[in-house]
Design a protein around this ligand. Structure first.
Ligand code: HEM
Length: 415
């Protein structure tokens, strides 16, 4: 049995925070291997990268999710008791509930709500002179997804709820104040939504039939029990929080259109080109660095031993930039997707494998739809100037974003 290449450092947690998205890839390059072992948060951890590794990682007979995610991430980003940490029948049943909300009609509805938000803000942007896209998008997405989910949201609450949803996203990787903000935000967010679940169950809040709030509040498991109110809140947050996080991908799309202006013309009235651009944005720009699982029971793979209980990280960013999968991986080339359906274990910014049976992101189709609508709005419905600003995307900062938040000036409506 070959031994897995191993990092010498007693613990690499600080190196992970320092190096960010390149942490796993840089070590794979150094070891000349798509598998190596290290210690993270004092636990031995096997790190994997590449399509074959992703295929292995999403084999649910070999890996489980319960207890895989570090506690600090559960307490901020994902919450505790939600679908991410479930396995087997419990996972399938909860995931089916979430995927039942992802019908083409429901996704179009959310897309339309987002378009309406965009149209409403555009008039203000025309008068504003200078607009920072990132905070604007966060508020627009919060309003759109709450309306879609049947969650009432007064105008005065928008900024605070948006800030909380964002603090949960940033809180997992942050240390100190950023982490504490994430903890507080999660506590407030769960309390807010648990209260709405209670009111929906009592009939005091008429959430529309088929809305996420109604479906989650009334969902019954195989034993006929409703979800505990806090868990129902966690699952609602699993829809609201990541939808707001699409603001980062949209900022990256705006950046891509700025850096590659020929694509502004190519995507106009061309759904296929828009889709290729959106896929390349999701491949190229950094978002979630890795997914985590735990070995269910010992097995061997390609001559390497995976002991029971060992934590395993799959490098999402590194797989999306793997030279064996992507010719010229560090070049932004949307045409690589023209006429190609991405391999389910190759393009994995939102996880790999199957949406219904595995842990692949429940909101991937929503993400693609909202990004496409944003690209259409940016290219066909408005013009703007991009003044000098700091647009450098650091791979060391997780989650990544250009420091300026993408400033535009001289916005004018074109359609
Ligand atoms: C902003 C863009 C998004 C990114 C980068 C993203 C990324 C991810 C990743 C990496 C996973 C984990 C995959 C794994 O553990 O193997 C995941 C899971 C999940 N995502 Fe997303 N996501 C995004 C948007 C969304 C949206 C819009 C929703 C819902 C409306 C959503 C809901 C979920 C849920 C419920 C899970 C857990 C699935 C499960 O464990 O079965 N995500 N996402």
């Amino acid at each position: 049995m070959a031994s897995i290449p191993t990092d010498r450092s007693p613990d690499s947690s600080l190196a992970l925070l320092r190096e960010g998205y390149r942490f796993i890839g840089a070590r794979c390059d150094r070891h000349g291997s798509d598998i190596f072992q290290t210690r993270l948060l004092l636990r031995r951890t096997i790190c994997l990268r590449g399509r074959d590794a992703a295929t292995l990682f999403y084999d649910a007979d070999r890996f489980a999710r319960a207890g895989a995610m570090p506690l600090r991430v559960q307490r901020t980003l994902t919450g505790r008791g939600g679908v991410q940490g479930l396995d087997d029948a419990a996972h399938r049943e909860r995931k089916a509930m979430l995927m039942s909300l992802m019908t083409p009609t429901a996704i179009r509805h959310l897309g339309q709500l987002f378009d309406d938000e965009w149209a409403a803000r555009l008039s203000r942007w025309e008068q504003a002179g200078t607009v920072v896209l990132y905070p604007e998008l966060g508020r627009m997405l919060t309003r759109a997804v709450c309306a879609w989910a049947g969650v009432p949201l007064a105008g005065a609450q928008v900024d605070r709820r948006t800030a909380d949803l964002r603090a949960m996203i940033g809180g997992g990787a942050a240390v100190g104040p950023g982490h504490w903000r994430g903890l507080l935000a999660r506590r407030r967010g769960e309390r807010w939504l648990a209260e709405l679940v209670d009111r929906t169950r009592r009939g005091a809040l008429p959430a529309p039939i088929g809305s996420a709030l109604r479906v989650i509040a009334e969902h019954r498991d195989e034993q006929g029990r409703v979800l505990p109110r806090r868990i129902a809140a966690v699952e609602l947050l699993n829809l609201l929080r990541p939808t707001v996080a699409i603001d980062r991908f949209i900022v990256f799309a705006a950046l891509a259109l700025h850096d590659h202006p020929t694509w502004r013309h190519r995507v106009r009235d061309d759904d296929t080109a828009t889709e290729s651009l959106v896929q390349e944005v999701r491949r190229y720009y950094p978002f979630f660095p890795a997914a985590a699982a735990r070995v269910r029971r010992s097995f061997d793979w390609r001559g390497y031993h995976f002991p029971q209980g060992r934590r395993v990280l799959l490098d999402l960013y590194g797989t999306n930039h793997h030279p064996a999968l992507w010719p010229e991986p560090e070049r932004f080339r949307p045409e690589r997707f023209d006429g190609h359906r991405p391999n389910p274990f190759g393009l994995i910014p939102q996880g790999g494998g199957d949406h219904a049976t595995g842990h692949r992101c429940a909101g991937e189709w929503i993400t693609i739809e909202l990004m496409k609508r944003a690209v259409t709005n940016l290219t066909s419905r408005m013009r703007y100037d991009v003044p000098p600003q700091d647009l450098a995307v650091s791979l060391r900062r997780m989650p990544a974003l250009p420091p300026s938040g993408f400033v535009v000036t001289g916005v004018r409506r074109t359609a």
